[in-house]
Ligand binder design. Structure first.
Ligand code: GLN
Length: 446
């Protein structure tokens, strides 16, 4: 009730939630009370969780921030959602996002932008901006997000919370509406690394219904939170501290790194020589995959359908014209172009080759260091509208986050203090399946 009351009081201004079902939440919480009284229940019994509106929830509208799915009520739960239900968690509501998770500011939502609770003139980041704002404003104790190129870490940084993108394949993608399938990964967003660990314990693990889900056993992610940092080797890529990084943000990051050093960690300068390829490679691969994934929204099977189509072609074109927003259309066009005969080798294949080089840079660096650290974003949150008419300026926001997705590596953003009253994040990237080390380092800093 306390969280629902805060949602009633502040969601009008913040627009963090798209859907809240007060009755269903109270009913689930009441059932949880009974379970606790009976000495039963799971690790999260009664804990209210906000879910990004990209995870299918049985019987509850799942819009993906799009007019296309404004009327879509899924007939099943995403695996992430059913795992939370099995753990006893209560669904508090569904949070706002950039349409189909395409964006870095939440301004691409059909439901209007979410606002940053630190200053409502600022964006909360994206695409999981609703989840980040909800946690930061204490409209929810914790939330889920998804990260294709930074969508958990960047809004976590802009809203002063902790967000973890797990290793690709660590968390099931079943029922998580697909943007770019080889990059998408769900993960926790919470106030602390410890809370993220508790959520990841529930989310992580093999799912036989997702063929890309890893069979490697998951762990108790809370077990190593307090491990000492003595001798930990932290790599600082030259490329992440150069041109383009706001000076005051760079200072905050160095201060945070100094605190880790004071706890016994060793700071080592490293290089990721292909770092300049990440934005061009990502902005070919992600739209290419999006263009194929979004072909299912055709007005026939589910979602929006135009009125009185004259014929099949009219049904497809008008449905998609009406259902998708500008950025989604831009991605579909770019992706379709990059995949078309005659251009495939020049763009898509080239981007895949660059992706391999980027991944190899990280694997080489991890021969020498245990984690890689740098800023999550080039600067703090920017004002609403500042970049919304300039797609390239918006894409540059993702310069430090995209590589972890291209390489399939886990990454976390943890608060690193304020710049002019605005939060900034320290990003830590780890070896495949070393989420527990990232949570450990973030926890020691918090
Ligand atoms: N900003 C990036 C994009 O627009 C990443 C989004 C995401 O991680 N879902 O594609």
């Amino acid at each position: 009730s306390a969280y629902l009351d805060r949602i009633d009081a502040f969601n009008g201004e913040l627009n963090a939630f798209i859907t809240v079902d007060r009755q269903a939440a109270i009913a689930a919480a009441t059932a949880a009370d009974a379970q606790i009284a009976a000495g039963q229940g799971g690790p999260l019994t009664g804990v209210p969780i906000a879910h990004k509106d990209i995870f299918c929830t049985e019987g509850m509208r799942t819009s993906c921030g799009s007019r296309m799915l404004d009327n879509f009520v899924p007939p099943y739960d995403a695996t992430v959602i059913s795992r939370f239900r099995d753990a006893g968690a209560v669904i508090l509501g569904k949070t706002n996002l950039d349409e189909f998770a395409m964006g870095s500011s939440n301004e691409n939502s059909y439901y209007g932008p979410t606002r940053n609770p630190w200053d409502i003139k600022l964006v909360p980041g994206g695409s999981s901006g609703g989840s980040a704002a909800a946690v930061a404003a204490m409209l929810a104790p914790a939330a889920t997000g998804t990260d294709t190129g930074g969508s958990i870490r960047q809004p976590a940084a802009f809203c002063g919370i902790t967000g973890l993108k797990p290793t690709y394949g660590r968390v099931s993608r079943l029922g998580m509406i697909a943007y770019a399938s080889s990059l998408d990964q769900g993960g926790p967003m919470a106030r602390t690394a410890e809370d993220c660990a508790l959520l990841l314990n529930v989310m992580a693990g093999h799912d036989p219904l997702d063929s890309t889900s890893s069979e490697q056993a998951s762990e108790d992610y809370t077990a190593n939170l307090n491990a000492p940092l003595d001798g930990l080797r932290i790599g600082l890529p030259t490329e992440y501290f150069g041109d383009g990084l706001d000076a005051a943000t760079g200072e905050r990051i160095k201060t945070a790194l100094g605190e880790l050093q004071a706890q016994g960690a060793e700071l080592v300068e490293i290089s990721l020589p292909n770092a300049a390829l990440t934005i061009p490679a990502y902005y070919i691969i992600a739209p290419a995959e999006a263009s194929t994934n979004l072909s299912r929204f055709d007005g026939v099977r589910y979602g929006h359908r135009c009125e009185d189509p004259a014929d099949l072609h009219d049904l497809y074109t008008r449905t998609r014209e009406e259902g998708f927003g500008d950025e989604v259309k831009r991605r579909i066009l770019v992706g379709t172009y990059a995949l078309s005969a005659g251009y495939y080798d020049a763009y898509y294949r080239k981007a895949q080759q660059a992706r391999r080089l980027i991944r190899d840079d990280f694997l080489t660096a991890f021969n020498d260091v245990d984690v890689i650290a740098g800023p999550t974003t080039p600067g703090p949150a920017f004002p609403l509208g500042a970049k919304s008419n300039d797609p390239v300026a918006m894409y540059l926001e993702d310069v430090y986050t995209l590589a972890a997705n291209l390489a399939g590596l886990p990454g976390i953003s943890t608060p690193a203090g304020l710049v002019d009253g605005k939060p900034v994040g320290l990003q830590l990237i780890g070896r495949h399946f070393e989420e527990s080390r990232l949570l450990n380092v973030a926890h020691r800093l918090q």
